[in-house]
Design a protein around this ligand. Sequence first.
Ligand code: DC
Length: 235
Amino acid sequence: MSAHAPLRKIIITIDGWSSCGKSTLAKQLAGALGYIYIDSGAMYRAITLYFLRNHVDWTKLRAVEEALRNIAIEFIFNPNSGQSETFLNGENVEYVIRDMVVAEKVSEVAAIKAVRDFAVSQQQAMGKGKGIVMDGRDIGTVVFPRAELKIFMTADNAVRVERRFKELYAKNPNLTIEEIKANLEMRDYIDSHREASPLRQAEDAFVLDNSNLTMKEQLDIALRWARERIKGIVT
Ligand code: DC
C-alpha cells in the first residue's frame, strides 16, 4: 500500500423514521467528506407532486406507468444555497415538494411498487461512482445493500414532532401540533407496513438516536464511523 494512495470513496446510507434529522446529518456528512448528498425522499415527493397536479389515479397501474414515462427528476447544485435542489421536468420544485399537501399523500405513492422500481433504479445509478450519502427508508436494505456504512436514525416521538412543527410553522402558521403528529404517525405506519421494501433497520446498520444530541455531537459520531470505514478499505 502506497503512503500516498488516495482514499477510496464509500457509500453511506441513512435510513430511519420521518423527521428524525436524516437529511441534516446527511448534508453535514457529505459536506465534511466532500461527498454528494442525495435526498431519495425528494424523488417520491416530486412524483407525488406530479400525480397530484396531473390528477393521476394512482390506484390504477396503467395510469401510474403512463405517468412515470413523463417524469424526469434531476438534482441540480445551486451555488447560492450550496445545496442540490430537486427539479421535476425542468422546474425547480425543491420548495413546493415540502408542502403538507404533498406530505399527506407521499407515503401512499411511495408504497406503489412501480414507483419504487422507477426511483430505485435511478438511485442506484447515482451511486455508481460512490462518494455519496443518500438518505431515505430503504437505502441500506434495498438500494445499496452492500454499502460500506449504514446508519439507522431514530429519535423520541415528541422530539420529532417538535422539530417538524418548527420547520413547517414558518411556512404555514395555521398548522397545529396535532396535525403534524398525526401526519408523522401516519407516514411512519405506512412506510413500515407496506409490502414493497418497508422501512426496517438493516442488520449491519449502526443505530444513531439523536433525541439528546446536538448537531455537532451527531456529526462527530457519524464521522468517526465513516472514517473508520474509509480507512478500512484504503487502497
Ligand atoms: O424523507 P422524506 O420525509 O422526504 O420522505 C417522504 C416520503 O417518501 C416518506 O413518507 C417515505 C417515502 N420514502 C420512501 O418510501 N423511501 C425512501 N427511500 C425515501 C422516502
